[in-house]
Design a protein. Structure first.
Length: 129
């Protein structure tokens, strides 16, 4: 684990406000661990020991699809997709107030272990906070 001062040098995942009753504090959410601290394993060919690369392949044609031609789609029926553009997704995204309202505190024993997988720090973003 790192100390809070070294975390502040990192780029926050999220910025907003922590609100308790009538008091608000500007805060930022930082990861308590980074990918650089994790062990990275790559896929390799067991025969040659060479690293493997993944390619996007068109299911129907079997041809490699270039990165700029990759998109997203919603399946409306078997093998039928409605293509969705990033700007369309942005238009329907839920508006956020960027505020965490504290309504109550939960005893640690009542929190499921699966929520402890990725620890974060919540730190004030300025002197007043």
């Amino acid at each position: 684990m790192r100390n809070v001062e070294s975390v502040i040098a990192l780029r926050p995942y999220w910025k907003g406000y922590l609100k308790l009753s009538l008091v608000s504090c500007p805060v930022a959410l930082y990861p308590a661990s980074s990918r650089s601290e994790r062990i990275a394993l790559h896929q390799v060919n067991k025969q040659t020991g060479n690293r493997l690369r993944q390619q996007m392949i068109d299911e129907q044609t079997g041809e490699v699809v270039e990165k700029e031609d990759k998109g997203r789609g919603y399946e409306v029926s078997k093998d039928q997709y409605v293509q969705v553009e990033d700007d369309e997704i942005d238009k329907i995204s839920i508006e956020s107030t960027h505020t965490i309202d504290i309504e109550s505190f939960v005893p640690r024993a009542e929190i499921d272990e699966r929520y402890m997988d990725s620890p974060y720090y919540l730190a004030p973003t300025d002197e007043v906070g």
